[in-house]
Design a protein around this ligand. Sequence first.
Ligand SMILES: *Cc1c(COP(=O)(O)O)cnc(C)c1O
Length: 499
Amino acid sequence: MKYRSTRSEETVNETYALLHGLASDGGLYVPAKFPERTITYDMVADASYQDIAYTVLQHFFPTFSEAALREMINAAYSKANFSTVDIAPLHSVLERLSVLELFHGRTQAFKDMALSLFPYLLVAAKEAEGETDEVLILTATSGDTGKAALEGFKDVDGTHIQIFYPTDGVSPMQQEQMQKQEGDNVNVTAIRGNFDDAQQFLKRLFVDKDMAAKVAAKGVRFSSANSINIGRLAPQVVYYVAAYAELVNQGAIHRDEAFNVVVPTGNFGNILAAYYAKKMGVPIGKLICASNRNNVLTDFFKTGTYDMNRQFYTTISPSMDILESSNFERFLYYVSGEDYELTNTRMKELKATGKLSVSGEELSRVQRDFSGQFISDEETKAVIAQVYNSYGYLLDPHTAVAMGAYMKELQAHPEDGSRHTVIAATAHPFKFPTPICEALEIQPGGTPYESLEHISAVTGVAFPKELAALQEKELRFTHVIDKELMGKEILSFVDTFGK
Ligand SMILES: *Cc1c(COP(=O)(O)O)cnc(C)c1O
């Protein structure tokens, strides 16, 4: 399949797009011809998660043979990598409300859904492209991507991975997970500042020709595991298709009945995947984009203006503390009717002024599919308590933001109550002990592990084994640098290769 840039006529094949991540004009790759209406219920009715993955992904990566793609899928969505055979179980909360649990992978966040498969796709793409250089994955993370990418790439031949995470925002468990990462090809560095600082700086290094030349001289090329890569996006479409099949199988909806989806959103990757699933034929009605106090997207869906000129807040849902939502550019491209010139102009405007607007006509089209809601930290904790007390179900803060957004949407549009709604649950609650203790008024412990013991004792939720095992592991990566030194950090890491 051909992929094209959102900003120009640049068109490449899928293995090139996988390997390079970002188009050379700074745009993002999108399918040149989208596989519209290629999925029906009959195709996925009784299929396993792995079979559904193949049904979906063959459209995005037709270069790979069926056997090769299935082998990658089976290795990624294996018993070793996921704690449940369902991979992404759908938990029914109420007659018209389900939670799609995307946190049963190795790092207890939905990032595992794509990052378990992505390294296989990347290595296959590298081979197909005849690329003999070693690949250095550079990734900025607001917490969950870093750990999931590290687990995905650890000790994968021909690859190295450098993760940058901000000192402000990540939870103590997320930090432990990264600081104690194992593997011989990994480096993890904390950056003073917030996620946007780290992400913006890294984007600049990524396209810096001088940097590229310096590492090329050592037989190394950069690639990214950030959610802009098509190899991150496409695997996320799969669980929305699987959720649809499961809803019909459970009798929650008829095969032609629309259901709504609520997604706790940061970089707009997860919700864009739901939009792709809808374009492929899944009967998704409304897509509700849930935000925390960093509500730039909520405002966009209300007004048609995306305005980053605002204060950045650190919240208890750190993976959503983002003002520059990187996959939003892909969405803008679709909003414009796949007009790359207009998208390019708008992205330039956003860069120059921190702000962009779509037309009134485009906004009304957007509002037919999308709606945005946000809630505060206080509201998030209240939702965690309410859902736990009413249904005995423990939400992590990100999923609680989605639940709270759903409640607000219902207040604004009570008619939505008759539609089945799926909430995307993006992290295991045990990644965020502090807000959970506060929400449920549980006595915190002296360490995050002790807090989690208390939470487990009160709620009966079992300690995920990977998190429990962390406690015994050694701290490996504890250094903190200023963002200006990120380039230097990368070069010193490259110097260690082969040593
Ligand atoms: C990454 C992440 C999000 C945001 O997902 P996007 O695809 O960036 O919108 C939400 N919740 C959790 C727990 C995450 O790790």
